[in-house]
Design a protein around this ligand. Structure first.
Ligand code: XUL
Ligand code: CO
Length: 441
């Protein structure tokens, strides 16, 4: 049942139901059937989908060349507190009509920032109380909360990595408040994305000092949250650039090195965003694999980039092939730890109907669900895994195992090479594997 506030915003759109792949209804799921068992778990357990508050209810279509194109009906009240409540009514209506349980937010997506820290805190308290009421009797939960430490001009030189200690203190206050809101709304995780944590020119930057400060900042945030009883994970969301020219959390491998260096690996995991991976010159799958291999795969910001544009376009995921390859990594590595699949994606500037927000989410949800079903087929009903395992089977031999254990030295290997003589070629079979996946689609 949809939860509708005093006003229904998405009139004419009923609860979105699973109707199966033959359905012609654009407002139905063709593949997402939350209770269906796939690979030993419910679909909804594999895929904890979350709605991104900022893109879905705050993205008005502004771009560097033009003003807003989307006149959301929840954005009109002159009182900022009432405006925030209207937005939350719209959010709860939307999420429940989609049949989802999670959303993600920045502090000042929930309510606009006030003129002073004091005013902002008052506003945040009002909307948090409203959120607590709205959640009662609904399954709606917070996948993660975060603080916006990149929009306000005070952060133009960074937040945690700002050369001015007093800005670092302000950012800390904002994180403290955002953690409080996350806990009050029973948020399951907390995210750090460092859009301004980087530099434009080394000429004015002490890089080591800034990165040390970032680590201290994260330790403080984590210690505070734990002292307040927060049990969830903290996620770092890597991105190589934009808005900073060079961001410190460049990619997953860089962040894992940082977390190890500063002893943050017990509490922090990685939140991987598709379009951030591609901006770093990687594939989404690559980033997932790097995180999974380090036991650090925490959550996903699902979206896609544009094949021609070199910036963060945050489009909804629709590329089945790409998401199947991603699901293969996720499923083979035991899933994601604590997090879920947050649609950090926005409808295009000229997609101005309220129904477009539904179409985009339905498309993204069905893309992931379909990819999960295809992954099950690839794993259970094809030769896919055998082909890969065979590729490495020489390490299952006595000598291969000894090498892995470290009991063969360089001279032993030299002798083995002599004994073997010239070796047979062994095909990588990439095209065959690609065909197997396509056959399952
Ligand atoms: C920006 C981005 C953020 C984070 C949360 O590129 O992805 O929205 O997900 O701050
Ligand atoms: Co993101």
């Amino acid at each position: 049942m949809a939860i509708i506030g005093s006003k229904e915003y998405f009139k004419g759109i009923e609860d979105i139901k699973f109707e199966g792949k033959e359905s012609k209804n654009p407002l139905a799921y063709k593949y997402y059937s939350p209770n269906e068992m796939v690979l030993g778990k419910k679909m909804s357990e594999h895929l904890k989908f979350a709605v991104a508050y900022w893109h879905s209810f705050g993205n008005t279509g502004i771009d560097p060349f033009g003003t807003k194109t989307k006149n959301f009906p929840w954005n009109n009240h002159e009182d900022p507190i009432q405006r925030a409540k209207d937005k939350m009514d719209a959010a709860f209506e939307f999420i429940s009509k989609l049949g989802l349980e999670y959303f993600c937010f920045h502090d000042f997506d929930l309510i606009e920032e006030g003129n002073t820290l004091f005013a902002s805190e008052h506003r945040l308290r009002s909307i948090t109380e409203y959120g607590q009421q709205k959640r009662k009797g609904t399954p709606i939960k917070i996948l993660w909360g975060t603080a916006n430490l990149f929009s306000h001009p005070r952060y133009m030189n960074g937040a945690a990595t700002n050369p001015d200690f007093n800005v670092v203190a302000y950012a800390s206050a904002q994180v403290k408040n955002a953690i409080d809101v996350t806990i009050a709304l029973e948020g399951e995780n907390y995210v750090f994305w460092g859009g301004r944590e980087g530099y434009t020119s080394l000429l004015n930057t002490k890089m080591k000092k800034e990165i040390d400060h970032l680590a201290q900042f994260l330790h403080n945030a984590k210690d505070y949250a734990r002292s307040q009883g927060f049990k969830g994970h903290f996620f770092i969301e890597p991105k190589p650039a934009e808005p900073s020219k060079h961001q410190y959390d460049f990619d997953t491998a860089t962040v894992i090195g940082f977390l190890n260096q500063y002893e943050l690996t017990d509490d922090f995991r990685i939140n991987i965003e598709v379009n951030h991976a591609t901006l770093a010159g990687h594939t989404f799958q690559h980033e997932l694999q790097v995180a999974a291999d380090a036991n650090m795969l925490g959550s996903i910001d699902a979206n896609r980039g544009d094949y021609q544009n070199g910036w963060d376009t945050d489009q909804f995921p629709t590329n089945i092939g790409e998401i199947v390859e991603a699901m293969l990594v996720i499923v083979q590595n035991g899933g994601i730890q604590g997090g879920g699949v947050n649609f950090d994606a926005k409808t295009r500037r000229n997609s101005t109907d309220l129904a477009d927000i539904f179409y985009s989410h339905i498309g993204g949800i069905d893309t992931f669900s379909r990819a999960l079903l295809i992954t099950e087929k690839v794993i259970n009903h094809t030769d896919f895994l055998n082909i890969i395992n065979k590729r490495y089977s020489s390490f299952d031999t006595e000598k291969g195992k000894a090498f892995e254990k470290g009991t063969l030295d360089l001279s032993d290997l030299h002798q083995i090479a002599h004994d073997n003589g010239e070796l047979k070629q062994s095909s990588g079979k990439q095209e065959l594997l690609e065909n197997i996946i396509n056959d399952c689609i």
